[in-house]
Design a protein around this ligand. Structure first.
Ligand SMILES: [Zn+2]
Length: 301
């Protein structure tokens, strides 16, 4: 009986402590003691701990080292909050591999990451519309709304699809309520860029300001439903810099972590290569119906 009460008391202390605090890796490990349970995946967990930092990969076409940038989205996809170097994570990854007709090793590799990227990309209505063979037409003026200056990053004036704006406002209010670290910084989740006309993008890219990747011949931003959100930035970097240092920094912020876990509730999906780029998928038929002019390779940015 004494043991029972001792257990009860320590369990409630843990719950109280966690409820009052922030989800640091230590706290997550404490809440999920089974993250390291499952000796079957010991070797896979060890492999993941190494490849996280060292594997030479190119899931989005550009060579990069390690997959830590994608670890949060991988965790969401395979359904675990355990850290990426744990046995539980490896076990869940093995299940995902099995469901996707791959060898269930539980170890991340180039083929698994590419398959996962395809799943992530497939969730973006913009990509689905694009896959039908044409570039979505730009948003109609009547569908666009101005965001308030306070909603723009550093007061920037932006406009976006009016339904996307409503969904965005609901999402930001929830983020601030649910995570006080997000609420503390009023710049968090402000809009860095939203609707951009094809003409504007053509001019911008001609000036060499397309982030050094490919020219944005058909940017998702023309739809008015793609939004670059401020999720933090590594010191010295733009909030939309695709430098790996900046992307890694961003994927560790509480804001990005919250979005990964919750944005789908509000109809938003991430272009996972860019931690700042989110698309409202709340009304995919609207976007599909808009397919029309333009051609070329789709780029989010
Ligand atoms: Zn973007």
């Amino acid at each position: 009986m004494e043991t029972f009460f001792a257990t009860l008391v320590s369990a409630s202390l843990i719950v109280t402590w966690f409820g009052a605090g922030e989800a640091t890796p230590d706290r997550i490990a404490l809440l999920y003691p089974s993250c390291d349970y499952g000796p079957r995946y010991e070797a896979s967990a060890a492999s993941n701990a190494t490849t996280l930092e060292t594997a030479e990969l190119k899931p989005f076409g550009r060579p990069e080292t390690g997959w830590r940038i994608y670890a949060a989205q991988v965790g969401r996809t395979i359904g675990t909050a355990c850290p990426p170097d744990t046995q539980r994570f490896a076990g869940q990854l093995a299940k995902w591999q099995s469901h996707n007709r791959m060898r269930p090793t539980g170890a991340m590799d180039g083929a698994t990451l590419v398959a996962m990227k395809q799943a992530w990309q497939g969730a973006r209505p913009f990509i689905a519309a694009f896959a039908e063979g044409s570039c979505p037409a730009p948003a109609a003026d009547r569908d666009l709304s101005d965001a308030k200056p306070l909603e723009g990053w550093q007061g920037k004036q932006t406009e976006l699809d009016q339904d996307a704006l409503k969904a965005l406002r609901r999402m930001i209010a929830a983020a601030r309520t649910e995570d006080r670290r997000i609420a503390r910084d009023k710049q968090m989740l402000t809009i860095v860029s939203a609707y951009r006309s094809p003409e504007y993008d053509a001019e911008r890219c001609a000036g060499g300001k397309c982030n050094g990747i490919a020219k944005a011949r058909c940017s998702a931003h023309r739809t008015g439903t793609a939004i670059d959100l401020y999720v933090g930035a590594a010191p010295g970097f733009s909030p939309v810099s695709s430098d790996d240092k900046n992307r890694l920094y961003q994927t560790k912020t509480p804001t990005y972590r919250w979005l990964v876990a919750n944005a789908a509730r509000f109809g938003f999906v991430n272009y996972v290569f860019e931690p700042w780029h989110w698309e409202w998928a709340g009304n995919p038929t609207k976007l599909a119906a808009k397919t029309g002019n333009g051609a070329g390779q789709g780029r989010a940015r």
